[in-house]
Design a binder for this molecule. Sequence first.
Ligand code: AMP
Length: 429
Amino acid sequence: MSFNSLGLSDALLKAISKKGYTTPSPIQQKAIPPILEGKDVLASAQTGTGKTAGFTLPILQILSQGQHLRQRPIRALILTPTRELAAQILANIKEYSEFLDLKSTVIFGGVNQNPQVTQLRQGVDILVATPGRLIDLQNQGLISLAKVEILVLDEADRMLDMGFVRDIERIIKVLPSKRQNLMFSATFSKDIKKLAMGILHNPVHVEATPENTTVDAITQIVYPVAKEKKTELIIKLITEGNWKQILVFTRTKQGANKLTESMISAGIKAAAIHGNKGQGARTKALAGFKDGSLTALVATDIAARGLDIPLLPHVVNFELPNIPEDYVHRIGRTGRAGANGEAISLFSPDETVFLRDIEKLVGLKLPVQNIKGFEPDPNASKEPIKQGQGRQQRDSTPKKPKTDTTNRSSNNSFGPRRPSQNNDRHSNR
Ligand code: AMP
Protein backbone atom coordinates (compact mmCIF):
# COMPACT_ATOMS: atom_id res chain seq x y z
CA MET A 1 0.00 0.00 0.00
CA SER A 2 1.21 3.52 -0.74
CA PHE A 3 0.50 6.83 0.95
CA ASN A 4 -1.20 7.91 -2.30
CA SER A 5 -3.92 5.33 -1.87
CA LEU A 6 -4.81 6.63 1.60
CA GLY A 7 -6.40 9.71 0.11
CA LEU A 8 -3.94 12.24 1.46
CA SER A 9 -3.48 15.57 -0.26
CA ASP A 10 -0.53 16.44 -2.49
CA ALA A 11 0.83 18.85 0.10
CA LEU A 12 0.96 16.07 2.67
CA LEU A 13 2.36 13.54 0.21
CA LYS A 14 5.14 15.97 -0.59
CA ALA A 15 6.00 16.35 3.10
CA ILE A 16 5.85 12.59 3.63
CA SER A 17 8.17 11.98 0.76
CA LYS A 18 10.52 14.67 2.07
CA LYS A 19 10.62 12.73 5.37
CA GLY A 20 11.66 9.69 3.39
CA TYR A 21 8.65 7.52 4.21
CA THR A 22 7.70 5.27 1.35
CA THR A 23 5.09 2.95 2.83
CA PRO A 24 2.51 3.68 5.49
CA SER A 25 3.01 1.60 8.62
CA PRO A 26 0.19 -0.79 9.61
CA ILE A 27 -1.29 1.63 12.12
CA GLN A 28 -1.22 4.39 9.50
CA GLN A 29 -2.93 2.14 6.96
CA LYS A 30 -5.63 1.29 9.44
CA ALA A 31 -6.15 4.59 11.25
CA ILE A 32 -5.85 7.20 8.50
CA PRO A 33 -8.94 6.23 6.42
CA PRO A 34 -11.49 6.22 9.28
CA ILE A 35 -10.03 9.43 10.72
CA LEU A 36 -10.37 11.09 7.32
CA GLU A 37 -13.99 9.95 7.27
CA GLY A 38 -14.54 11.84 10.50
CA LYS A 39 -15.01 8.77 12.65
CA ASP A 40 -13.93 8.34 16.25
CA VAL A 41 -11.02 5.95 16.48
CA LEU A 42 -9.71 3.85 19.32
CA ALA A 43 -6.25 2.66 18.42
CA SER A 44 -4.08 0.14 20.12
CA ALA A 45 -0.61 1.31 19.25
CA GLN A 46 2.61 2.02 21.00
CA THR A 47 5.57 4.25 20.33
CA GLY A 48 7.53 3.13 17.34
CA THR A 49 4.59 2.01 15.26
CA GLY A 50 4.33 5.32 13.43
CA LYS A 51 1.20 6.24 15.33
CA THR A 52 2.02 9.94 15.49
CA ALA A 53 1.80 10.27 11.72
CA GLY A 54 -1.23 7.97 11.95
CA PHE A 55 -3.23 10.70 13.61
CA THR A 56 -1.40 13.90 12.65
CA LEU A 57 -1.54 13.36 8.87
CA PRO A 58 -5.33 12.97 8.68
CA ILE A 59 -5.85 15.80 11.17
CA LEU A 60 -3.76 18.09 8.99
CA GLN A 61 -5.75 17.05 5.97
CA ILE A 62 -9.11 17.64 7.68
CA LEU A 63 -8.09 21.03 9.03
CA SER A 64 -6.57 22.20 5.77
CA GLN A 65 -9.78 21.32 3.94
CA GLY A 66 -12.01 22.95 6.53
CA GLN A 67 -13.02 26.53 6.84
CA HIS A 68 -10.19 28.89 7.71
CA LEU A 69 -11.03 31.43 10.35
CA ARG A 70 -8.90 34.51 10.52
CA GLN A 71 -8.34 34.37 14.28
CA ARG A 72 -7.21 30.75 14.03
CA PRO A 73 -9.01 29.25 17.03
CA ILE A 74 -7.66 25.93 18.27
CA ARG A 75 -9.37 23.29 16.13
CA ALA A 76 -7.36 20.23 17.05
CA LEU A 77 -6.21 19.48 20.58
CA ILE A 78 -3.67 16.73 21.17
CA LEU A 79 -3.22 15.72 24.79
CA THR A 80 -0.15 13.79 25.71
CA PRO A 81 1.40 12.77 29.04
CA THR A 82 4.92 14.16 28.85
CA ARG A 83 6.77 17.20 27.68
CA GLU A 84 9.16 15.25 25.50
CA LEU A 85 6.36 13.48 23.75
CA ALA A 86 4.51 16.76 23.29
CA ALA A 87 7.59 18.35 21.77
CA GLN A 88 8.15 15.37 19.48
CA ILE A 89 4.58 15.42 18.25
CA LEU A 90 4.83 19.13 17.49
CA ALA A 91 8.09 18.59 15.62
CA ASN A 92 6.34 15.96 13.49
CA ILE A 93 3.37 18.22 12.85
CA LYS A 94 5.66 21.04 11.76
CA GLU A 95 7.34 18.76 9.26
CA TYR A 96 4.15 17.27 7.89
CA SER A 97 2.46 20.68 7.60
CA GLU A 98 5.34 22.37 5.81
CA PHE A 99 3.29 22.85 2.65
CA LEU A 100 0.02 23.72 4.37
CA ASP A 101 -1.28 26.95 5.80
CA LEU A 102 -1.74 25.66 9.34
CA LYS A 103 -0.20 26.80 12.59
CA SER A 104 0.65 24.62 15.51
CA THR A 105 2.25 24.99 18.90
CA VAL A 106 2.96 23.10 22.08
CA ILE A 107 2.41 23.88 25.75
CA PHE A 108 3.81 21.95 28.69
CA GLY A 109 4.81 22.56 32.28
CA GLY A 110 8.23 23.12 33.77
CA VAL A 111 9.03 26.14 31.62
CA ASN A 112 7.97 29.78 31.60
CA GLN A 113 4.43 30.09 30.29
CA ASN A 114 4.87 33.49 28.62
CA PRO A 115 6.32 32.40 25.27
CA GLN A 116 3.58 29.76 25.08
CA VAL A 117 0.91 32.36 25.80
CA THR A 118 2.35 34.66 23.12
CA GLN A 119 2.13 31.84 20.58
CA LEU A 120 -1.45 31.09 21.58
CA ARG A 121 -2.42 34.75 21.24
CA GLN A 122 -1.16 34.76 17.68
CA GLY A 123 -3.60 31.96 16.88
CA VAL A 124 -2.94 28.26 16.34
CA ASP A 125 -4.95 25.63 14.52
CA ILE A 126 -3.39 22.71 16.37
CA LEU A 127 -2.36 22.62 19.99
CA VAL A 128 -0.28 19.85 21.52
CA ALA A 129 -0.48 19.98 25.30
CA THR A 130 0.23 18.18 28.52
CA PRO A 131 -2.85 18.29 30.74
CA GLY A 132 -1.36 20.21 33.68
CA ARG A 133 -0.22 23.27 31.75
CA LEU A 134 -3.36 23.30 29.65
CA ILE A 135 -5.56 23.48 32.74
CA ASP A 136 -3.28 26.08 34.23
CA LEU A 137 -3.60 28.38 31.23
CA GLN A 138 -7.28 27.68 30.99
CA ASN A 139 -7.80 28.66 34.62
CA GLN A 140 -6.01 31.92 33.90
CA GLY A 141 -8.37 32.56 31.00
CA LEU A 142 -5.49 32.46 28.52
CA ILE A 143 -6.80 29.75 26.28
CA SER A 144 -10.08 28.99 24.59
CA LEU A 145 -11.05 25.49 23.57
CA ALA A 146 -14.53 26.42 22.39
CA LYS A 147 -13.78 25.68 18.72
CA VAL A 148 -12.04 22.34 19.08
CA GLU A 149 -13.20 19.94 16.38
CA ILE A 150 -10.79 17.07 16.98
CA LEU A 151 -9.49 15.75 20.29
CA VAL A 152 -6.61 13.29 20.49
CA LEU A 153 -5.67 11.46 23.67
CA ASP A 154 -2.24 10.06 22.97
CA GLU A 155 -0.67 7.49 25.27
CA ALA A 156 -3.93 7.33 27.17
CA ASP A 157 -2.67 4.53 29.41
CA ARG A 158 0.31 6.61 30.45
CA MET A 159 -1.92 9.55 31.17
CA LEU A 160 -3.96 7.42 33.53
CA ASP A 161 -0.79 5.99 35.11
CA MET A 162 0.36 9.51 35.77
CA GLY A 163 -2.87 10.45 37.47
CA PHE A 164 -4.19 12.76 34.75
CA VAL A 165 -7.68 11.32 34.65
CA ARG A 166 -9.30 14.21 36.54
CA ASP A 167 -7.49 16.74 34.36
CA ILE A 168 -8.69 14.99 31.23
CA GLU A 169 -12.26 15.04 32.51
CA ARG A 170 -12.00 18.74 33.28
CA ILE A 171 -10.62 19.49 29.84
CA ILE A 172 -13.32 17.49 28.11
CA LYS A 173 -16.01 19.45 29.94
CA VAL A 174 -14.95 22.67 28.24
CA LEU A 175 -14.77 21.20 24.73
CA PRO A 176 -17.67 21.43 22.30
CA SER A 177 -19.70 18.22 22.61
CA LYS A 178 -19.74 17.74 18.84
CA ARG A 179 -16.23 16.76 17.93
CA GLN A 180 -14.16 13.90 16.59
CA ASN A 181 -12.27 11.87 19.20
CA LEU A 182 -9.17 9.78 18.71
CA MET A 183 -7.62 7.75 21.46
CA PHE A 184 -4.29 5.93 21.32
CA SER A 185 -3.14 3.55 23.99
CA ALA A 186 -0.61 0.74 24.18
CA THR A 187 -2.71 -1.24 26.64
CA PHE A 188 -6.38 -1.53 27.42
CA SER A 189 -7.03 -1.93 31.12
CA LYS A 190 -10.48 -1.65 32.62
CA ASP A 191 -9.80 2.01 33.40
CA ILE A 192 -8.77 2.77 29.84
CA LYS A 193 -11.89 1.12 28.49
CA LYS A 194 -13.99 3.16 30.91
CA LEU A 195 -12.27 6.36 29.81
CA ALA A 196 -12.75 5.42 26.16
CA MET A 197 -16.43 4.69 26.67
CA GLY A 198 -16.94 8.11 28.23
CA ILE A 199 -15.22 9.96 25.41
CA LEU A 200 -15.55 8.08 22.12
CA HIS A 201 -18.73 7.61 20.11
CA ASN A 202 -19.01 4.37 18.15
CA PRO A 203 -15.29 4.22 17.65
CA VAL A 204 -13.58 2.25 14.93
CA HIS A 205 -11.06 -0.04 16.63
CA VAL A 206 -7.67 -0.32 15.02
CA GLU A 207 -4.61 -2.21 16.13
CA ALA A 208 -1.00 -2.04 15.06
CA THR A 209 0.83 -5.25 14.53
CA PRO A 210 4.51 -4.60 14.94
CA GLU A 211 6.47 -5.62 11.90
CA ASN A 212 9.07 -7.62 13.69
CA THR A 213 9.52 -9.09 17.09
CA THR A 214 12.67 -7.26 17.84
CA VAL A 215 13.43 -9.52 20.75
CA ASP A 216 14.64 -12.02 18.15
CA ALA A 217 17.03 -9.45 16.74
CA ILE A 218 18.45 -8.58 20.15
CA THR A 219 21.34 -10.42 21.68
CA GLN A 220 20.68 -10.49 25.38
CA ILE A 221 23.57 -11.11 27.75
CA VAL A 222 23.78 -11.08 31.50
CA TYR A 223 27.17 -10.31 33.04
CA PRO A 224 27.29 -11.30 36.70
CA VAL A 225 29.31 -8.64 38.45
CA ALA A 226 30.13 -7.56 41.98
CA LYS A 227 27.98 -4.53 42.73
CA GLU A 228 30.95 -2.30 43.53
CA LYS A 229 32.60 -3.22 40.22
CA LYS A 230 29.72 -2.32 37.92
CA THR A 231 31.01 1.18 37.16
CA GLU A 232 34.46 -0.11 36.34
CA LEU A 233 32.97 -2.79 34.08
CA ILE A 234 30.73 -0.47 32.10
CA ILE A 235 33.58 1.96 31.54
CA LYS A 236 35.74 -0.93 30.35
CA LEU A 237 33.02 -2.14 27.98
CA ILE A 238 32.53 1.30 26.47
CA THR A 239 36.19 2.22 26.12
CA GLU A 240 37.59 -1.15 25.07
CA GLY A 241 34.66 -1.87 22.79
CA ASN A 242 34.94 1.64 21.35
CA TRP A 243 31.19 2.04 21.68
CA LYS A 244 29.86 5.21 20.13
CA GLN A 245 26.28 5.43 21.32
CA ILE A 246 25.07 3.67 24.38
CA LEU A 247 21.90 4.02 26.38
CA VAL A 248 22.35 3.03 30.01
CA PHE A 249 19.57 2.41 32.46
CA THR A 250 19.73 2.88 36.18
CA ARG A 251 16.97 2.30 38.70
CA THR A 252 17.25 5.65 40.42
CA LYS A 253 17.94 9.28 39.64
CA GLN A 254 20.80 9.33 42.15
CA GLY A 255 22.25 6.24 40.51
CA ALA A 256 22.05 7.92 37.11
CA ASN A 257 23.88 11.01 38.39
CA LYS A 258 26.59 9.02 40.12
CA LEU A 259 27.28 6.82 37.13
CA THR A 260 27.33 9.81 34.78
CA GLU A 261 29.91 11.55 36.95
CA SER A 262 32.10 8.44 36.99
CA MET A 263 31.87 8.11 33.23
CA ILE A 264 32.79 11.75 32.69
CA SER A 265 35.78 11.31 35.03
CA ALA A 266 36.83 8.37 32.88
CA GLY A 267 36.73 10.55 29.77
CA ILE A 268 33.40 9.30 28.41
CA LYS A 269 31.05 11.98 27.15
CA ALA A 270 27.94 11.26 29.16
CA ALA A 271 24.78 12.93 30.45
CA ALA A 272 21.97 11.84 32.70
CA ILE A 273 18.30 12.19 31.94
CA HIS A 274 15.73 11.83 34.70
CA GLY A 275 12.79 13.50 36.36
CA ASN A 276 14.89 15.90 38.45
CA LYS A 277 16.58 17.39 35.42
CA GLY A 278 15.17 20.62 34.09
CA GLN A 279 13.59 20.68 30.69
CA GLY A 280 16.56 22.48 29.15
CA ALA A 281 19.03 19.91 30.46
CA ARG A 282 16.91 17.01 29.24
CA THR A 283 16.47 18.46 25.77
CA LYS A 284 20.18 19.24 25.54
CA ALA A 285 21.19 15.74 26.67
CA LEU A 286 18.87 14.09 24.18
CA ALA A 287 20.03 16.32 21.33
CA GLY A 288 23.68 15.63 22.21
CA PHE A 289 23.02 11.93 22.28
CA LYS A 290 21.27 12.01 18.93
CA ASP A 291 23.90 14.11 17.17
CA GLY A 292 26.76 11.98 18.48
CA SER A 293 28.39 14.57 20.72
CA LEU A 294 27.49 12.39 23.72
CA THR A 295 28.52 8.76 23.86
CA ALA A 296 26.41 7.66 26.79
CA LEU A 297 22.95 8.67 27.89
CA VAL A 298 22.18 7.46 31.38
CA ALA A 299 18.47 7.29 31.98
CA THR A 300 15.87 6.17 34.45
CA ASP A 301 13.00 4.16 33.05
CA ILE A 302 10.46 6.91 33.29
CA ALA A 303 12.76 9.47 31.69
CA ALA A 304 13.49 7.19 28.75
CA ARG A 305 9.91 6.41 27.91
CA GLY A 306 8.73 7.67 24.61
CA LEU A 307 11.99 9.22 23.54
CA ASP A 308 12.38 8.85 19.85
CA ILE A 309 15.96 7.68 19.87
CA PRO A 310 17.17 6.20 16.62
CA LEU A 311 18.47 2.69 16.34
CA LEU A 312 20.97 1.88 19.06
CA PRO A 313 23.60 -0.81 18.90
CA HIS A 314 23.90 -1.15 22.69
CA VAL A 315 21.59 -0.87 25.62
CA VAL A 316 23.01 -1.57 29.04
CA ASN A 317 21.05 -2.30 32.15
CA PHE A 318 23.47 -0.94 34.71
CA GLU A 319 20.92 -2.04 37.25
CA LEU A 320 18.14 -4.45 36.51
CA PRO A 321 14.69 -2.91 36.77
CA ASN A 322 12.58 -3.95 39.73
CA ILE A 323 9.57 -3.91 37.42
CA PRO A 324 10.09 -6.68 34.87
CA GLU A 325 8.11 -4.98 32.09
CA ASP A 326 10.67 -2.19 32.17
CA TYR A 327 13.29 -4.69 31.03
CA VAL A 328 11.30 -5.28 27.86
CA HIS A 329 10.88 -1.54 27.33
CA ARG A 330 14.58 -0.99 27.84
CA ILE A 331 15.86 -3.66 25.49
CA GLY A 332 13.34 -2.62 22.85
CA ARG A 333 15.59 0.38 22.31
CA THR A 334 18.09 -1.73 20.44
CA GLY A 335 17.71 -4.05 17.49
CA ARG A 336 15.10 -1.82 15.97
CA ALA A 337 13.55 -2.32 12.56
CA GLY A 338 15.30 -5.59 12.00
CA ALA A 339 18.81 -4.43 12.85
CA ASN A 340 20.76 -6.39 15.39
CA GLY A 341 21.39 -4.97 18.80
CA GLU A 342 22.92 -6.00 22.04
CA ALA A 343 21.22 -5.70 25.41
CA ILE A 344 23.61 -6.18 28.26
CA SER A 345 22.60 -6.55 31.87
CA LEU A 346 25.08 -6.02 34.66
CA PHE A 347 23.71 -8.27 37.31
CA SER A 348 24.77 -8.28 40.96
CA PRO A 349 23.64 -10.93 43.45
CA ASP A 350 21.23 -8.59 45.25
CA GLU A 351 19.28 -8.38 41.97
CA THR A 352 18.56 -12.10 41.85
CA VAL A 353 14.86 -11.59 42.48
CA PHE A 354 14.65 -9.00 39.68
CA LEU A 355 16.36 -11.31 37.21
CA ARG A 356 14.04 -14.14 38.18
CA ASP A 357 10.98 -11.92 37.59
CA ILE A 358 12.34 -10.77 34.21
CA GLU A 359 13.03 -14.31 33.02
CA LYS A 360 9.55 -15.32 34.11
CA LEU A 361 8.02 -12.47 32.14
CA VAL A 362 10.01 -12.96 28.93
CA GLY A 363 9.80 -16.74 29.21
CA LEU A 364 13.53 -17.10 28.63
CA LYS A 365 16.54 -18.06 30.64
CA LEU A 366 18.89 -15.20 29.78
CA PRO A 367 22.38 -16.26 28.72
CA VAL A 368 24.98 -15.57 31.37
CA GLN A 369 28.61 -14.81 30.67
CA ASN A 370 31.28 -14.26 33.32
CA ILE A 371 33.95 -11.65 32.81
CA LYS A 372 37.21 -12.50 34.48
CA GLY A 373 38.05 -10.23 37.36
CA PHE A 374 34.51 -8.94 37.76
CA GLU A 375 32.71 -12.02 39.08
CA PRO A 376 30.75 -11.45 42.26
CA ASP A 377 31.61 -13.21 45.49
CA PRO A 378 29.72 -16.51 45.32
CA ASN A 379 28.71 -16.01 48.95
CA ALA A 380 27.31 -12.51 48.42
CA SER A 381 23.79 -11.97 49.66
CA LYS A 382 21.05 -12.51 47.11
CA GLU A 383 18.64 -10.38 49.10
CA PRO A 384 17.57 -7.09 47.54
CA ILE A 385 19.21 -4.11 49.25
CA LYS A 386 15.90 -2.66 50.36
CA GLN A 387 12.89 -4.66 51.26
CA GLY A 388 9.86 -4.28 49.04
CA GLN A 389 11.77 -3.67 45.84
CA GLY A 390 10.53 -6.82 44.20
CA ARG A 391 7.60 -7.15 41.86
CA GLN A 392 5.26 -4.25 42.50
CA GLN A 393 1.51 -4.28 42.53
CA ARG A 394 0.52 -3.35 39.01
CA ASP A 395 -2.73 -1.69 39.92
CA SER A 396 -1.49 0.52 42.74
CA THR A 397 -3.22 3.87 42.98
CA PRO A 398 -1.37 6.30 40.77
CA LYS A 399 -0.14 9.52 42.26
CA LYS A 400 -0.22 12.71 40.37
CA PRO A 401 3.24 13.98 39.59
CA LYS A 402 4.21 17.49 40.61
CA THR A 403 5.23 18.28 37.07
CA ASP A 404 4.93 16.56 33.74
CA THR A 405 7.52 13.91 34.32
CA THR A 406 8.79 11.94 31.39
CA ASN A 407 6.77 8.82 31.30
CA ARG A 408 5.81 7.15 28.15
CA SER A 409 5.37 3.72 26.81
CA SER A 410 8.48 2.82 25.05
CA ASN A 411 8.44 0.51 22.15
CA ASN A 412 10.43 1.68 19.27
CA SER A 413 10.30 2.03 15.57
CA PHE A 414 8.30 -0.88 14.39
CA GLY A 415 9.66 -2.60 17.46
CA PRO A 416 8.70 -5.31 19.90
CA ARG A 417 5.34 -5.91 21.34
CA ARG A 418 5.33 -5.34 25.02
CA PRO A 419 3.86 -8.11 27.10
CA SER A 420 2.08 -5.60 29.25
CA GLN A 421 2.31 -2.23 30.84
CA ASN A 422 2.98 -1.40 34.39
CA ASN A 423 1.10 1.16 36.34
CA ASP A 424 3.63 1.80 39.02
CA ARG A 425 5.40 5.02 39.43
CA HIS A 426 8.38 5.52 41.62
CA SER A 427 9.37 8.88 42.88
CA ASN A 428 13.05 8.03 42.75
CA ARG A 429 13.10 6.95 39.11
P1 AMP B 1 6.01 7.05 16.35
O1 AMP B 1 5.49 5.67 16.65
O2 AMP B 1 4.95 7.94 15.86
O3 AMP B 1 6.76 7.62 17.53
O4 AMP B 1 7.06 6.93 15.15
C1 AMP B 1 8.24 6.19 15.27
C2 AMP B 1 9.25 6.56 14.21
O5 AMP B 1 8.85 6.05 12.95
C3 AMP B 1 9.46 8.05 14.03
O6 AMP B 1 10.85 8.29 13.97
C4 AMP B 1 8.81 8.36 12.71
O7 AMP B 1 9.44 9.44 12.06
C5 AMP B 1 8.97 7.06 11.94
N1 AMP B 1 7.90 6.80 10.94
C6 AMP B 1 6.59 7.08 11.05
N2 AMP B 1 5.92 6.67 9.98
C7 AMP B 1 6.81 6.09 9.15
C8 AMP B 1 6.72 5.47 7.87
N3 AMP B 1 5.57 5.33 7.23
N4 AMP B 1 7.86 5.00 7.32
C9 AMP B 1 9.04 5.09 7.97
N5 AMP B 1 9.20 5.69 9.19
C10 AMP B 1 8.09 6.17 9.77
